[in-house]
Design a protein around this ligand. Structure first.
Ligand code: SAM
Ligand code: SF4
Length: 326
């Protein structure tokens, strides 16, 4: 079974957020005051999340990324992941985390069958990390990365949101991490999800990053992965790992977009920046599996050909990633 949208794109990837809560408060992701806490009842139960995942796989989804908020901060996440991994037809189960809570669970995640981990890390300097995350401890994330390696994940992806004047001078240091270790360090363009006024100044285009990097290192093209995300990879000559750029702002990857999203409250979205949403929760409450599959198919049918990230005519349209599941 294949899910093809009206623009001929094969949709086989679901990003499933299991919580909007987080133990950090990154300045590009959450407003300083945080976001209003959802009531326990508003958040999908693990059983409901499993139903969404099963319905998605039944209609053609092959890869699921668990995200949040901070997914490892939700109680009972391991048994949930175990059940998720057993869904017949699901080919790849992956997870995005800030890494803080990884050390005690990294081995379990590997045992369960999580194929790879994306760990977010925006600075290698304690003070800058503390500032970006509004209070986080860099050493905890580094311990999380070490735990992932020890658990035997073949590679670890490190996601760096690059912000001019805040951490863009650290790009070469991040790239240097790939020389000896099989890390995939991915530089992500900063997106104006909170409608920050100065976002254009803060966003460093991926091409600029590549040209800065190639002044310092000899870069070679590196192969894309199967069912690849939007990263375009290079390898420092002779390096064990790779560097990648993810350019949602400067270079739409919409033409290759293969994803849909479901938030922890059961809201399905065909595009991060779309206002068009589908409430799956009410359908989940009826227990009608056919209707759930049908609703997900409609989400795919409604997928826009490209995002409206520059929707300056919608100044109030904030999309805190912690709620949508970045
Ligand atoms: N808490 C986990 C983490 O930080 O990895 C998972 C959820 S977080 C919302 C997922 C990803 O979204 C992170 O890699 C984060 O850097 C990215 N993200 C959040 N807001 C962003 C923004 N405004 N621009 C670019 N990336 C963003
Ligand atoms: Fe939390 Fe991840 Fe958002 Fe940072 S990016 S506030 S770690 S959800």
């Amino acid at each position: 079974m294949q899910l093809i949208d009206p623009f001929g794109r094969k949709i086989n990837y679901l990003r499933l957020s299991i919580t909007d809560r987080c133990n950090l408060r990154c300045l590009y992701c959450m407003p300083a005051e945080g976001v209003a806490k959802l009531r326990h009842d508003d958040v999908l139960s693990y059983e409901q999340l499993l139903q969404v995942a099963r319905a998605a796989v039944a209609i053609g989804v092959e890869k699921i990324r668990i995200t949040g908020g901070e997914p490892l901060a939700r109680k009972g996440v391991l048994p949930f992941l175990e059940q998720l991994a057993e869904i017949p037809g699901l080919q790849r189960l992956v997870l995005t985390t800030n890494g803080i809570l990884l050390p005690p669970v990294a081995h379990d995640l590997r045992r369960i069958g999580i194929e790879s981990l994306n760990i977010s890390l925006d600075s290698l300097r304690s003070e800058t990390f503390h500032r970006i995350t509004r209070g986080g401890d860099l050493q905890q994330v580094l311990a999380g990365i070490a735990a992932a390696e020890q658990a035997g994940f073949p590679y670890v992806k490190i996601n760096v949101v690059v912000m001019r004047g805040i951490n863009d001078d650290e790009v070469p240091d991040f790239a240097a991490m790939t020389v000896d270790k099989p890390y995939k360090v991915r530089f992500i363009e900063y997106m104006p999800t909170l409608k920050q006024g100065n976002w254009q100044e803060m966003c460093v285009p991926g091409e600029e990053l590549l040209s800065r990097l190639s002044e310092r290192y000899a870069l070679e093209p590196a192969p894309a992965e199967p069912m690849a995300g939007p990263a375009s990879y290079r390898r420092i000559k002779g390096a064990a790992g790779m560097v990648g750029i993810i350019t949602p702002v400067s270079c739409h990857f919409c033409r290759e977009c293969n994803r849909i999203r479901v938030t922890s409250t059961g809201v399905a979205k065909s595009c991060l920046f779309s206002r068009d949403t589908t409430d799956l929760k009410s359908i989940l409450q009826t227990g009608d599996h056919e209707a759930l599959q049908e609703a997900l198919r409609r989400v795919v049918t409604a997928k826009p050909d490209r995002h409206q990230l520059d929707a300056s005519h919608e100044p109030d349209h904030q999309v805190p990633m912690s709620q949508v599941g970045g």
